[in-house]
Design a protein around this ligand. Structure first.
Ligand SMILES: [Zn+2]
Length: 172
């Protein structure tokens, strides 16, 4: 069975930044920005959106890239700008945080669930080791077919039980 991991400390801290934010409407607004490759998962759920700050007149949106060199990140940053600009915020800067690096700990529990429903195996918490659960049947009898799945950010696995191939969202 696939168990949903408990919310991590990193995720809890991120949740606090959101709930204590002076700009709650902007977090809500950015919930509409999703991963261009996985349209069911928002940048928030993915753990990419870290903070929204005001620096004078300028809005700073801090994001953590999931996978260095992932072309989707450029698209996400421009989607954030577009969304804020459309809402009347014209002075926006998207800042990529290089530390701490993105880990699967940033992902929300809901985000992992949505990935699985979408047919992509969510990143396994480090403690779980290398056993990747099939998003279709939950079996961990899976084998790596290719380090690169439908995109460079995913690996291709095949389930040994239902024999379905599936994408696995790679951890760094
Ligand atoms: Zn399966």
């Amino acid at each position: 069975m696939n168990t949903i991991p408990l919310v991590s400390e990193a995720q809890r801290e991120r949740q606090l930044r959101r709930s204590d934010s002076a700009l709650p409407e902007l977090w809500t607004l950015l919930d509409s920005v999703t991963d261009p490759e996985i349209p069911v998962v928002s940048l928030w759920d993915l753990g990419v959106l870290q903070d929204i700050k005001k620096d004078g007149e300028r809005l700073l949106v801090e994001i953590t890239p999931t996978y260095s060199g992932c072309p989707a990140m450029v698209e996400m940053a421009s989607e954030i700008e577009k969304t804020l600009t459309a809402a009347g915020y014209t002075n926006v800067e998207v800042v990529s945080l290089l530390t701490p690096t993105w880990t699967t700990d940033f992902m929300s529990t809901q985000g992992r669930e949505k990935l699985r429903e979408y047919g992509i195996a969510p990143p396994a918490p480090k403690a779980q080791g290398k056993k990747i659960a099939c998003p279709q049947c939950g079996s961990t009898d899976s084998e790596l077919i290719s380090e690169f799945g439908s995109t460079a950010c995913k690996a291709l696995y095949r389930c040994g039980d239902c024999l379905e191939p599936f994408d696995y969202f790679k951890c760094i």
